[in-house]
Design a protein. Sequence first.
Length: 130
Amino acid sequence: MGLGEQITWLFLLAIPIACVAWTVTHEEVFREPREFCVDQSKNGRSLLQRKFFYLFTCEYCFSHYVTIFFLILTGYQLLFDDWRGYLIAGFSLVWIANIYMSLYALIRIDLKKERLIAKQEEKKIEEGGE
């Protein structure tokens, strides 16, 4: 695989990694398991138990494990055709996926802000003022 194709794979493969990591660590569909993990990460008996459960509450931490899964699934390597290629690909995918998640978080904050402003404007209009 040429360098251009490897870079294309890097940016495309980071999308599902970011999607899975964000969904598990932030979205409503996983709220109950996430709340359990938060509780265990704070109140677990051992350090190992607390750190294990913390992995499911932090998108950055969880993205490493999602990346490992996708590396196994796809066999993607970056720059080298041996173990070094997997290592470089892994950290590169985590980095790009976390950039995607950060951009997504910023967009969501902007959208939430716009919705709040719109609601305030609607309320103002309903009350008869401008």
